[in-house]
Design a protein around this ligand. Structure first.
Ligand SMILES: [Zn+2]
Length: 376
């Protein structure tokens, strides 16, 4: 998408009331009706309205839209969270009242499309507006189905005129936006299960050519590691490592399964094509001593932390063990263990957190490969 050029209008009664949107219910498409005028002129026009006077004898114009778009630029003159005056009317269509509420200005963002000297909306302007609409829907969770024309909101105004004259253009616009929101998976690609320690993730992976791709958020949540998206690199960051192979489809970030496995210290197996991807933790056994009793634990290669089965720890310490099916966290004496980690269907937790809840100190004895939780 083109970069958005910011040209904020000062708050004024005519074009920027300075009122926050009450809801985000839809986008309203307009045309500028000003032949050959670029987006910057439209932005300046809305800005110029501030110099009117409410108490003189001249008629006042109240008008604005958050965005103006032409073949080469996108201008924003009012913040995305504030109301503009782009679709106010004495009356509205029943459908608009139903979908957008009694005053659609306060639940929508307005987009002005510039027109050429011959009155048409240039294809580049059309495509830029579709990029912007998809961006706003993705960024602010506007409902995908709520892309309106000015005419559709008020009924009487022929705006955007080129779409009123040729309604198939409006339909094509909605399809273009939809295509940006839902890129089609190529026929040569497959949606595949991704399993972690034997259990499938909620989100599917993608098989593409000789590689499989794993959904980043789903694997991060299951393995209890961090994930985010770096907007500058336009790459996913998993367990503090940049995923060079990452990309986004339908709002879900993916990266090559091999790169994911390396970032998380996991083994990965994949049979190719439409078979499932299997991730398995690499763990190294260790001993955990609690209250004088020795139980088996392990150290995860992913984070070098030692873990103990919560039930073993509870039994050894005489503490009550619980499990919350909603948060998927184990608990000891009623306190949830934030490091809960399910491995081969058994709930484990980081020994440090277990020690803290039990009020014990923790010591590592490398010679005997043992974590000791003691009162001393
Ligand atoms: Zn309009």
């Amino acid at each position: 998408m083109l970069a958005i050029t910011e040209m904020m209008i000062p708050v004024n009664p005519f074009s920027r009331p300075g009122i926050k949107l009450k809801a985000r219910k839809g986008l309203v498409m307009h045309y500028t009706a000003s032949r050959g005028a670029p987006a910057v002129n439209i932005a300046k026009y809305f800005a110029g309205l501030q110099f009117q006077h409410e108490n003189d004898s001249d008629d006042d114009t109240y008008a604005s839209a958050q965005y103006s778009v032409d073949r080469k630029s996108i201008y924003r003159v009012i913040p995305d969270y504030e109301m503009a005056y782009h679709c106010g009317s004495k009356t509205y269509t029943a459908e608009a009242l139903n979908h957008l509420g009694s005053y659609p200005n306060n639940s929508t963002i307005g987009i002005e499309m510039c027109i050429e000297k011959d009155g048409s909306i240039h294809e580049e302007t059309f495509q830029n507006a579709a990029d912007l609409a998809a961006y706003l829907i993705t960024t602010y969770a506007f409902p995908e189905s709520e892309i309106w024309t000015h005419k559709g909101v008020v009924g009487w105004k022929d705006c955007p005129l080129p779409w009123v004259q040729k309604p198939s253009e409006y339909e094509r616009f909605k399809k273009e936006v939809n295509a940006r929101l839902h890129p089609v998976i190529a026929p040569s690609e497959y949606r595949i299960d991704v399993k972690y320690n034997g259990t499938a993730l909620a989100e599917k992976g993608i098989s593409r050519g000789t590689d499989s791709y794993t959904p980043l958020r789903a694997i991060a949540e299951r393995s209890r590691t961090s994930v985010n998206w770096d907007p500058k690199l336009n790459k996913g960051i998993l367990n503090s490592k940049v995923m060079d192979s990452s990309f986004v489809i339908n709002g879900v970030g993916y990266a090559k399964s091999t790169e994911v496995a390396a970032a998380l210290g996991l083994n990965v197996k994949w049979g190719g094509k439409d078979s499932a991807v299997g991730f398995d933790e690499i763990v190294h056994e260790c001993n955990v001593v609690i209250g004088g009793k020795t139980v088996k634990g392990f150290i995860r290669q992913a984070n070098s932390n030692s873990y103990v089965a919560v039930r073993d720890a509870g039994d050894a310490a005489g503490a009550t063990v619980g499990w919350d099916q909603e948060t998927l966290l184990s608990s000891l004496n009623g306190t949830a263990l934030q490091t809960t980690f399910v491995y081969q269907e058994v709930g484990y937790a980081h020994t440090r957190e277990v020690a803290a809840i039990l009020g014990l100190n923790i010591k590592w004895d490398g010679a005997t490969n043992t974590v000791k939780l003691t009162k001393e």
